[in-house]
Design a protein around this ligand. Structure first.
Ligand code: 9UX
Length: 69
């Protein structure tokens, strides 16, 4: 089964933020699916990806991220 990662995302305030973060995560190598929840400030990522690359991609898109268990 694919690894899953939960991220806490900082700085999202509207639905377009959600779209931007999802696109950033989906472009990371190995990601098969990324879903962002605005109300929970969270992102669920499925795929054999490097979690530090996930964080870096969100940072590069202008938001904050940290991996949570
Ligand atoms: Mo919405 Mo998010 O106008 O960076 S895109 S606040």
């Amino acid at each position: 089964t694919l690894p899953t990662y939960m991220l806490l995302i900082e700085g999202m305030t509207c639905a377009s933020c959600v779209s931007r973060v999802e696109k950033a995560l989906q472009q990371v190598a190995g990601v098969s699916q990324a879903r962002v929840n605005l109300g929970e400030r969270s992102a669920l990522v499925l795929g054999d990806a490097d979690p530090q690359q996930l964080v870096a991609a969100v940072d590069a898109a202008g938001y904050g991220a940290q991996v949570v268990d």
